[in-house]
Design a protein around this ligand. Structure first.
Ligand code: CTP
Ligand code: MG
Length: 418
């Protein structure tokens, strides 16, 4: 079923479109369209659904790609080639994420068993008035509008172009035993990206020749080359990566700031000093006639550090993770809670950048214990000792800490993406 907004056959453009370019001094009126092949299985991604439907910074990859082309005023029509059994899913996704007036620009085509077949099906679905055709992998959602413009401009100038980037690394030919056979001269070697585009009649000619010869290529340029049609290079962009394997998704998420490289958190805690409790600070038991009151061991320094870590992760606070109504945490060694909190950071791929802690305590003198506390906290965070700095200060007998009624602690933490 095709919803009212998304058309799958007849196409009536909402506006007549004049592109801004000049070809041979004549004002060009060519209409541009793009085909987005999105019918692959994403086998190398090893996910439970094709990669184009996975979320990237809060949006499915396919939607990001569609929006990139919708933003470009020169693109008159977008044909998305999708697997037959995904038709309804894609329709619903588009309706949820794209405003109704823009849906008019989008057509769905039935994808095929290979990328080439999917693109060809998209090509056959293009409205007749589209004369300039781009093809862009749905799995390249980081495409920037500048590159789209460069490719359109390139097609007008050269007839057929692809976005490509020069190879930076030294190239090795390797045999089946993973042994180098030869170093390949990388001069003039480029990695092909998309968009790849051509004047419609050139792409049509390339398809006819490919069909005649039974030729299959992994991109449009291969077909154009096979037909003897020159294809020029437009400077691509490293960030215009194809999401192919799980690691690519992680990189794309970092590029979009979904998982920032650093995160900062602050923690504060205070506990009352009472008789008949041990005084435990930073995992160290300190000889003193009074100790801190609390449900756990009331280690105010470890608690401040835990709160700073949880804060950096956006994971609330210590009370949410270790409620004082839970008997499991009665008198517990807070270093175990710290281990757990830092484990959450490690699970999200963060390591300790550094932590700076201040204990506010009138008595006892803490200087002799600071180094051991540093060891204990660094150990619980599985981090080098140099990442933890602990200071102790008094408030010159002012306030509740100055009167010896309690001890408080501040912690600031910087977590770094490992
Ligand atoms: N594609 C397509 N139809 C196919 C195969 C691929 O439309 N039969 C699309 C993919 O959805 C993707 C683009 O072509 O947007 C590039 O292909 P690729 O990265 O190889 O994606 P998949 O084929 O889905 O992944 P894999 O090869 O790992 O299975
Ligand atoms: Mg593939």
């Amino acid at each position: 079923m095709v919803p009212s907004g998304i058309q799958d056959s007849a196409y009536s453009p909402p506006h007549f479109f004049y592109c801004r370019c000049q070809v041979s001094g004549v004002r060009c009126q060519q209409k541009a369209g793009v085909i987005l092949p999105a019918a692959g299985f994403g086998t190398r991604m090893e996910s439970n659904q094709p990669k184009q439907f996975l979320e990237l910074a809060g949006e499915p990859i396919l939607i990001r790609t569609v929006k990139a082309f919708l933003e470009n005023p020169e693109i008159h029509c977008i044909v998305v080639a999708v697997a037959a059994d995904r038709h309804e899913q894609v329709t619903a996704l588009l309706e949820q994420n794209i405003s109704p007036e823009k849906l008019d620009k989008i057509l769905l085509a039935r994808g095929g068993a290979t990328r080439q077949q999917s693109v060809k099906s998209g090509f056959d679905t293009l409205p007749g008035e589209i004369e300039l055709v781009l093809v862009h992998d749905a799995a390249r959602p980081l495409i920037r509008t500048d590159l789209i413009e460069d490719c359109l401009e390139g097609v007008r100038e050269h007839g057929a172009v692809i976005a490509a980037v020069p190879v930076n690394d030294t190239l090795k030919l390797v045999d089946t035993n993973d042994t180098i056979v030869q170093t390949i001269d990388r001069a003039g070697i480029y990695r092909a990206q998309t968009p790849q585009g051509a004047q419609r009649h050139l792409l049509e000619q390339a398809y006819q020749v490919a069909e005649r010869d039974g030729f299959t290529g992994t991109d449009e340029a291969s077909l154009l080359e096979h037909a003897g049609i020159p294809v020029a290079i437009v400077s691509g962009e490293e960030q215009n990566m194809k999401i192919t394997r799980p690691g690519d998704l992680k990189i794309a998420r970092c590029l979009l700031g979904e998982h920032p490289m650093i995160r900062i958190g602050h923690g504060f805690d205070a506990h009352r000093l009472v008789r008949d409790r041990p005084l435990i600070l930073g995992g160290e038991t300190i000889d003193f006639p009074m100790g801190l009151l609390g449900h756990s061991d009331a280690d105010v320094l470890s608690h401040a550090l835990i709160d700073a870590i949880l804060g950096a992760l956006g994971e609330g606070d210590i009370g949410r993770h270790f409620p004082d109504s839970d008997d499991r945490y009665k008198d517990i060694n807070s270093l175990h809670l710290l281990e757990h909190a830092f484990g959450l950071a490690a699970d999200k791929g963060y390591s300790m950048g550094n932590a700076d802690l201040t204990i506010i305590c009138q008595r006892p003198k803490l200087a002799p214990h600071l180094e051991q506390m540093q060891h204990n906290l660094a150990g619980a965070c599985n981090s080098p000792i140099t990442t933890i700095n602990i200071k102790a200060t008094t408030t010159e007998k002012m306030g509740y800490t100055g009167r010896g009624e309690g001890i408080s602690a501040h912690a600031v933490v910087l977590l770094r993406k490992a």
